[in-house]
Design a protein around this ligand. Structure first.
Ligand SMILES: *Cc1c(COP(=O)(O)O)cnc(C)c1O
Length: 860
């Protein structure tokens, strides 16, 4: 029988246990084992059967048990300590207060993302992008950074994965009842739920309520369109993550971007929280936030009423855009007509001219499609600061988006990079953490030094004992999951005896888990199935593989790869050595990374923008075995793991896969397994542990989300806040900058390099000679202060192009009539071989972040 209505009854806790509600209401418990211990003590069995979910636990525990606990002095003391610890965490001064308060740090930052992966009990993520967003918020909380997350609450989350008998991925979409989740409704003073409204074409306004999750010190606002007052098809806007057609996706992104800014405003109005000075969009999906900010500044009655160009400068100066994928299919592109419909006069941002909006998303470069609206392109145009997520990805992105700044070389494209990191308290196994603490690490410290100092002190036998225990946990978890999966696949219990011997805690364990788009090459290891079998079944040095990953529901190609993998792993000959575990999520990931000795990653270079799972493995003493892509390209040092040579440049994809798969088998067979099984007299693989220690020391400080978030503050948030203040105090700066850009763009056709002379180098120039250059330029209506006249010099390659170019500004020497000027400068010839130079003129203004920002240049 189906219920006609459902709701969740919240428990009433005895007053003595009120603190349990406080602890459950802040997700800090999810990375704080001591708080989890308190919940476990409420009822250890229920704690496990509710999936270690505090809200569910407190809903399920009986009144009599609660009354018993209310009289249990030992429990009350522990509860009180945990509550005090949370209070200290929430209110004490941390890195940001010590380092940035009063030093120009941003007052507040709004961080927008389509998904957030914080804990398994709030399943609002599909993969790396969401996990990264969750880790960003957690690390910001640990560092005391005043950030507020903005996202959507999806009623079905992503999906749960199971397998058919034949190994085909099955999706189910369980209903998430918000009342049973660790979130609370944002309410107006009168107790009614706060709402945001967005005008849509051909219908009433789209309404959304706002849920708040507390991620330590950081609030996360989640918009939810499943509210009374919305017609059914509006209620479905937030039905699931990455589902539906273009219109559905566009409406989700309207809600996230435009609705998100309105939600932040409501949150500030109701709670008094400071308004963000910086807006960060994690991937392009939330890009419409810039349009809503322009609307606020240009049409809102209470606001300053700027013109569009001035408002654009204000909004740009304070916006940061992070691009996350070099895979073109990963970038949102909408039909222009659809965007035009939604931003027409009566649309989402009324008063903002729709032609201006359309221009922002136009692919007006060579090879661009004039019929689409590109969210990444808009992202770059609405953000003064942009970055990729590893050095290699920054480089790839500069090439990929060079068309937006065609007058500039790739190296000058204004896209930087900040390499991702992971939140250690979430991802480091408790056993590893406690081993370090037992040897003197400071558990309160937010810098890794005290942990790193213990790495060489801990005896190998202790490290190895912990690693074995972690492998044991993984094996137990995997067997539990295999049993559940096979029961779902229709097997009888009696057929499943073999699972008791699936995997072995003493065998070299290799993990591979990630989403299954084709570039990640889930099945590369199956290129030569016989060779893989030999590795798995080697009598002396066996290897075992734990594999997991979800395919997007619409991607049958991905599902085929999963099926191929599952069929291989179903074979009775190898099924004790290779397992595919369905439904990869945070709950599976947490015991998986620590339980693996080697973490495998074999994407098609350079499509993995960064990758983070290998970082989580490394922090648990796992060694990476990976293609040199994303973060591994940057931080592999020859001794902290293994690089699978990538056959870049081999055109035939089959041949490339063959070459890379062979290299992978060779590494496992000749280097990895022999080292792992090279055991000394005490049963410890000393040479292996040397690599583990080196991994922890070389990667430990780098792969942390706290390092990443500090970089964001220093390189992007603080400079953005600074620029925003200079522009916005009375909007004069922005108006001047907008007027200046207009003047420069209008005058630029008259800007010319007329003539360049050099002297000081004769027929046989030598290293150390000084060349003097004089450039005669015509600037039309611009003054010499408006421009930078640069001498660009470097080597000359075989195609007669300048490479390794260095730009040096020349100085104004003389001005003539008619807007003509001479600029002079010297350059020392500091290397031998082919040398070349040229002169260029580019616009100059302190408020620009990059020479390329206006996209214009004059060359001889
Ligand atoms: C870390 C993580 C990811 C992302 O891993 P990549 O290496 O970026 O593919 C995806 N899913 C889960 C559950 C994770 O924990």
């Amino acid at each position: 029988m189906r219920a006609i209505r459902r709701f969740t009854v919240r428990p009433v806790l005895p007053p003595a246990l009120a603190a349990l509600g406080d602890l459950a209401g802040n997700l800090r418990w999810s990375w704080h084992p001591e708080t989890q211990d308190v919940f476990a003590a409420v009822d250890p069995v229920l704690w496990d059967t509710t999936g270690r979910d505090p809200v569910k636990l407190l809903g399920a525990v009986g009144r009599s048990r609660l009354e018993e606990l209310a009289g249990d002095q030992g429990f009350l003391r522990r509860l009180g300590e945990a509550r005090e610890d949370l209070e200290r965490y929430l209110t004490g001064d941390r890195w940001f207060q010590r380092r940035w308060a009063g030093e120009g740090g941003p007052r507040a930052i709004g961080y927008f993302s389509p998904e957030f992966g914080i804990t398994a009990v709030l399943p609002q993520y599909s993969g790396g992008l969401g996990i990264l967003a969750g880790d960003h918020l957690k690390a910001a909380s640990d560092l005391g950074i005043p950030i507020t997350g903005v996202g959507l609450l999806y009623r079905h989350g992503y999906f749960e994965q199971s397998l058919s008998r034949e190994g085909w991925q099955q999706e189910t979409y369980p209903v998430l009842d918000p009342d049973g989740l660790p979130i609370s409704l944002l309410r107006e003073q009168d107790g009614s739920g706060a709402l945001v409204a967005i005008a849509l074409p051909d219908g009433p306004d789209l309404l959304a309520r706002i849920w708040v999750a507390h991620v330590g010190r950081v609030p996360l606002l989640l918009l939810d369109s499943d509210v009374e007052g919305n017609p059914d098809h509006y209620r479905d806007v937030t039905d699931r993550l990455y589902g539906g057609n273009s219109e559905h996706r566009l409406r989700q992104e309207l809600l996230l971007g435009v609705g998100g800014v309105r939600a932040l405003r409501a949150y500030s109005r109701i709670t008094g929280a400071p308004a963000p000075e910086v807006f960060h969009t994690n991937e392009g999906h939330a890009g419409f936030l810039g349009l809503e900010r322009i609307r606020e500044l240009t049409v809102e009655e209470t606001g300053p009423r700027l013109d569009f160009d001035t408002a654009l400068e204000v909004s740009r100066a304070s916006t940061v855009f992070t691009t996350h994928t070099p895979v073109p299919a990963g970038i949102d592109r909408f039909p222009r007509t659809l965007v035009a419909q939604h931003f027409s006069e009566a649309g989402a941002t009324p008063g903002v001219p729709v032609e201006r909006i359309l221009t922002l998303g136009t692919e007006d470069y060579e090879g661009g499609d004039p019929s689409v609206f590109n969210m990444a392109v808009m992202g770059f145009r609405l953000a003064q600061r942009a970055n990729g997520v590893s050095q290699l990805h920054g480089h790839v992105s500069r090439g990929m988006f060079n068309g937006l700044w065609p007058a500039f070389d790739e190296a000058e494209v204004p896209i930087g990079s900040i390499t991702n990191g992971v939140h250690a308290p979430t991802w480091v196994a408790r056993e590893v953490f406690e081993l370090a603490v037992a040897h003197g690490a400071d558990r309160e410290s937010d810098v890794p030094d005290s942990f790193l100092a213990t790495v060489d002190k801990i005896p190998g036998a202790e490290v190895w004992a912990v690693k074995r225990r972690l492998r044991e946990h993984l094996v137990a978890d995997a067997r539990r999951r295999l049993t559940a999966s096979w029961e779902k696949r229709g097997a009888a219990r009696a057929e499943l005896g073999w699972i008791d011997n699936a995997l072995d805690p003493d065998v070299l364990t290799i993990g591979f888990a990630r989403r299954v788009p084709s570039y990640k090459r889930l099945t590369l290891m199956l290129r030569d199935p016989e060779r893989l079998k030999r590795l798995l079944l080697d009598p002396e040095r066996p290897v075992q593989l734990v594999i997991a990953g979800k395919s997007h529901p619409a991607d049958d190609g991905g599902k085929k790869l999963i099926q191929e993998m599952v069929r291989f792993a179903d074979d009775p000959e190898v099924r004790h050595r290779i397992v595919f575990l369905p439904n990869y999520d945070i709950a599976m990931a947490q015991p998986l990374y620590p339980g693996c000795d080697v973490w495998l990653n074999n994407p098609l270079r350079p499509y993995e923008a960064c990758g983070t799972s290998g970082m989580k493995a490394a922090l648990n003493g796992g060694l990476n075995l990976s293609i040199l892509d994303g973060w591994w390209d940057e931080w592999f040092d020859g001794n902290n793991g293994w690089a699978i040579p990538s056959a870049d440049g081999v055109e035939d994809p089959d041949r490339r896969d063959d070459l890379e798969a062979t290299a992978l088998y060779d590494l496992i067979e000749n280097e990895i397994a022999p080292r792992f099984y090279d055991i000394d007299g005490e049963g410890v693989p000393t040479r292996w542990l040397e690599m583990v220690r080196h991994t922890l020391k070389s990667l430990g400080p780098k792969v942390l989300a706290t390092r990443m978030v500090r970089d964001y503050v220093r390189e992007l948030y603080a400079p953005a806040a600074g620029n925003a203040r200079r522009l916005n105090s009375d909007f004069h700066g922005a108006a001047e900058l907008a007027a200046w850009k207009k003047k420069v763009r209008g005058a630029w056709p008259a800007v010319r390099v007329e003539h360049v002379e050099s002297s000081g180098v004769g027929d046989a120039p030598e290293v150390g000679d000084v060349m003097s250059a004089r450039a005669f330029v015509a600037l039309g209506d611009l003054s010499a202060d408006d421009v930078d006249v640069q001498l660009l010099h470097g080597r000359i390659d075989s195609a007669d192009q300048l490479t390794g170019t260095v730009a040096e500004s020349l100085t104004l020497a003389e001005s003539y009539e008619g807007g003509r000027h001479r600029f002079d400068g010297d350059v020392t010839l500091d290397h031998s071989g082919p040398f070349g130079y040229t002169v260029r003129v580019i616009p100059r203004n302190d408020l620009l972040t990059s020479a390329a920002e206006l996209g214009v240049v004059a060359l001889p």
